[in-house]
Design a protein around this ligand. Structure first.
Ligand SMILES: *Cc1c(COP(=O)(O)O)cnc(C)c1O
Length: 246
């Protein structure tokens, strides 16, 4: 393709991504206003799984990108894309399960692990984080009880949160969940309310840094913001449908 066609194509892609990001930000703002909340209290985390570093960079350097976070599900993708994005100021979170043999690789690229769902993983992170560094962590709770989902049960969440709160090198910043896999927004929202209740109890219990609620994705971010989400994690609404990985 001639160079000007390539440039025009790239500009077209950038425009589409910019429009979609603005649309997500408008959804968050409208949901926050409807709930009597300050839209600035809800961060948008870009869920970038399967997308390449160049596309991610395009979004993270848009004029509207200030305040965005990035989330990856797999350490393999963190490692693969990390070097090409390392110059950007965007904080990166791990939002998928972490095996102990990948902890060091994850620690190289993230400031927060949102997916801590066992005392064993919390202990291992605490042991590896290293002197002079504090890693933010969130406890992932499976509010829907769906067996395909990672996370501790709502009943076990406070015990794990209290344990994390005792560990050196870790700062518990809140709780994370993935909403129920249903079109019924009443059910989805009830799950988010469960997470908020656990968070309120944790904070009242003295876990004063654990104020965050990472919940809500493309299909259910309004319900999450209505229930107090401080981070919504959005992939499809910005990047479009993910390529199917084989
Ligand atoms: C993929 C993913 C998201 C974003 O999902 P979309 O429906 O594409 O917005 C959010 N959170 C987690 C943990 C994910 O894996």
């Amino acid at each position: 393709m001639p160079v000007d066609h390539v440039l025009r194509y790239r500009q077209g892609v950038e425009n589409v991504l910019a429009e979609r990001l603005a649309a997500v930000q408008a959804r968050v703002a409208a949901a926050a206003q409807a709930a009597g909340r300050d839209p600035d209290d809800v961060a948008v985390l870009l869920a970038t799984k399967t997308h390449d570093a160049a596309t991610i960079r395009t979004v993270l350097t848009l004029p509207g990108a200030a305040g965005l976070l990035r989330g990856e599900n797999r350490v393999q993708e963190l490692v693969a894309k990390g070097p090409a994005l390392a110059d950007l100021p965007t904080a990166t979170h791990l939002i998928g399960p972490l095996q102990s043999n990948k902890i060091n690789a994850a620690l190289r690229w993230v400031t927060c692990v949102e997916s801590v769902a066992s005392a064993r993983l919390a202990d291992a992170l605490s042991a590896r984080v290293g002197p002079g560094r504090t890693l933010d962590v969130m406890v992932q709770v499976n509010v829907s009880g769906e067996t395909t989902k990672h996370g501790v049960t709502p009943d076990d969440a406070l015990t794990l949160a209290r344990h994390v709160g005792t560990l050196p090198g870790l700062r518990l910043t809140g709780l994370m969940t993935i909403g129920a896999n249903t079109d019924d927004q009443t059910v989805v929202r009830a799950g988010f309310a469960t997470l908020r209740t656990i968070r309120d109890t944790a904070v009242a219990d003295g876990l004063t840094t654990a104020t965050g609620l990472s919940m809500g994705m493309t299909s259910d971010l309004e319900a999450a913001v209505a229930e107090g989400a401080t981070i919504v994690r959005v992939g499809t609404a910005v990047f479009g449908p993910r390529p199917t990985v084989g």
